[in-house]
Write a protein that binds this ligand. Structure first.
Ligand SMILES: Cc1cc2nc3c(=O)[nH]c(=O)nc-3n(C[C@H](O)[C@H](O)[C@H](O)COP(=O)(O)OP(=O)(O)OC[C@H]3O[C@@H](n4cnc5c(N)ncnc54)[C@H](O)[C@@H]3O)c2cc1C
Length: 555
């Protein structure tokens, strides 16, 4: 079984960091920073990974959750990006098969739509070509009748045909967590809720960072030979801690998703559509009993921590979905949840529409030696990490003459939980151990090869075999597992990023939060005040989302 990854390991790792220097401090535990820490630790570099909040709490838990070549990018001629991302799709399907799964997408074509049949066919041929015809399957064009058969609720007026192509769908927040855990397993010192507040310099070079342990109320300095800024939408804020006059590298754009009951939309599978409102490419994605609709793409200049969906964002998404699924008649009151994230896109002097801002990444170094990695995508995080750690390794060689380590096998080494080729076999093994089939499927899809560990917790203590509550099919054992092995240290960590109950449950799971808080309190040795504070923190988050969705009163 994998090593522990918990509040205790967090405390011990922070103690070690306060006591002795590291080679590399990675600021930011989104997918970019977690990927870098895993790569560096695998190369034997003494690494620390810190996030000001929870792992993936920034953009990386608010994505469309696609591990994709990026069909849309063909329109902009970003062929290299599509090629690279297609290769990464293959890699991630292999190293985390439980978290990244193949998904067919239907692209319907309506007469008068922005993308016609021939353009779509040409684009999909190129898409398959750029994946060297090694995608899950090659695309298929469909007649009007075949599209109707596949998606009977789709608008039939003006429908002329369509195509099915393949990409992958992932659990974004758990992919981040898997990378952070992998880094820890390879020796990195890792903590969430540890925020970098300022840098310490000697001879004009950054030598350390002042860090607040937000959970325990401690403050200390971490000394590091190299420091990497991997903070997504916070990139420029961290750069300004080093160079107060630094010009912005980023042009962040906001993307909103909504979740609605799937039976209202009636979509059989995943669809790629062009919004009838403005012609933008959008996705309608099934996730068990809900449908996720996204996304918007609008410039955003405010505080990254304050980004929220607005009533206008929701209206746009619902109008777009209603235009392709006319019987859905979705209205704001049908929205189960809505969430917003910020794309940390490179500024690069691009003017014009946000969709045309390149999704590529850049590595740069300040005069004081701060390395910053900006831009990129969830899909290409591993490539970004490799490039960045190459730079770190060379820098360390220059500093103390140590040999430059070989590249780490991050493309073949499975992520935690990914040590499994056949998920169905795992499900069958759990069923043999008397785990109900539906529970077994859920555990395998969430924890992969670690599903048995969760099932064992439930088997040893029958109270933990119960679900959190009626209609909430998450086992109590999962919360215990998440506290011990996934560093869940707050109710929000469980509800938002480890179970996604916030995004998928009609009441954001608020009726079971006392149960979650109770289980965490026992695991983490909380007193009543701390338990209440954690509960209140999550309820405030729920309230913030609901308030953002309430239209302002008509004046
Ligand atoms: C709406 C939307 C949809 C998207 N869909 C897709 C998709 O389908 N597929 C895809 O490939 N990509 C997608 N992307 C892009 C992808 O999600 C991002 O490129 C990626 O998640 C960025 O990760 P990151 O680690 O760079 O940033 P983040 O995930 O934001 O991580 C940065 C972290 O830095 C931490 N931090 C900030 N300040 C400090 C500090 N002082 N000290 C310590 N830590 C700090 C934050 O807490 C945060 O966790 C989408 C993005 C958006 C917004």
């Amino acid at each position: 079984m994998d090593s522990l990854f918990s509040a205790q390991t967090r405390r011990a790792d922070l103690d070690s960091l306060a006591a002795a220097p590291v080679d590399l401090l990675v600021i930011g535990g989104g997918i970019t920073g977690a990927g870098i820490a895993r790569d560096a630790a695998l190369r034997g570099i003494r690494t620390a990974l810190l996030d000001a909040g929870d792992f993936g709490g920034g953009t990386s838990s608010r994505s469309t959750r696609l591990v994709h070549g990026g069909l849309r990018y063909l329109e902009h001629g970003w062929l290299r990006l599509v090629f690279e991302a297609s290769r990464e799709r293959r890699v991630l399907l292999r190293i985390a098969p439980h978290l990244v799964r193949p998904m067919p997408f239907l692209f319907p074509v309506h007469a008068g739509g922005r993308v016609g049949r021939w353009r779509l066919a040409a684009g999909l041929w190129l898409y398959d070509l750029l994946s060297a015809f090694r995608n899950v399957h090659t695309h298929r064009t469909l007649s009007r009748r075949a599209v109707q058969k596949a998606e009977p609720q789709l608008r039939s007026r003006d429908l002329v045909g369509g195509a099915v192509y393949y990409d992958a769908y992932c659990n974004d927040a758990r992919l981040v967590l898997a990378n952070a855990r992998a880094a820890h397993r390879s020796g990195a010192l890792v903590a969430n809720y540890a925020a970098v507040r300022s840098f310490e310099k000697a001879d004009g070079q950054i030598r350390g960072a002042l860090v607040d342990d937000v959970l325990e109320g401690r403050r200390f300095t971490i000394h590091a030979r190299v420091i990497v800024n991997a903070t997504g939408p916070w990139t420029d804020a961290i750069r300004r801690l080093d160079e107060p006059d630094a010009q912005p590298l980023l042009r962040p754009t906001k993307g909103v998703h909504v979740a609605v009951p799937r039976q209202r939309v009636g979509n059989a599978g995943a669809l790629t559509i062009t919004s009838p409102v403005d012609g933008r490419v959008m996705f309608i994605l099934p996730s068990d009993e809900i449908t996720i609709i996204g996304t918007t793409d609008t410039d955003y200049a405010g505080d990254p921590a304050a980004v929220t969906p607005t009533a206008d964002d929701v209206t746009y998404l619902l109008r777009s979905a209603n235009a392709v699924f006319p019987d859905a008649r979705l209205a704001p009151q049908d929205v189960i949840a809505a969430w917003a994230g910020l794309r940390p896109l490179l500024k690069d002097g691009v003017e014009g529409t946000t969709a045309a801002v390149p999704r590529e990444h850049r590595i740069c170094e300040s005069a004081a030696g701060l390395l910053t990695i900006a831009g990129g995508k969830l899909t290409t995080y591993r490539v970004m990490a490799t490039e960045l750690v190459d730079v770190v390794a060379t820098k360390l060689h220059r500093i103390d003459g140590r040999p430059v380590p070989e590249r780490a096998p991050t493309d073949v080494e499975p992520l935690p939980g990914g040590e499994v080729a056949d998920l169905d076999l795992l499900v069958r093994e759990l069923v043999k151990e008397q785990v109900p089939a539906q529970v077994a499927r859920h555990l395998v899809n969430t924890y992969g090869s670690e599903a048995m560990a969760v099932a064992n917790l439930a088997a040893r203590d029958s109270a933990l075999a119960e679900p959190l509550g009626p209609g909430v099919p998450i086992l109590k054992a999962e919360v215990v597992h998440q506290a011990r092995r996934e560093m869940a240290v707050s109710v929000g960590d469980v509800m938002l990023r480890r179970t996604h109950l916030f995004h998928r449950h009609p009441s954001q799971g608020t009726e079971v939060t006392p149960v979650v808080a109770g289980l965490l309190a026992r695991e983490l040795d909380w007193d009543a005040a701390r338990e209440a504070a954690s509960l209140a923190g999550y309820l405030a988050e729920v309230q913030r989302m609901r308030q953002a969705l309430t239209p302002p009163p008509a004046s």
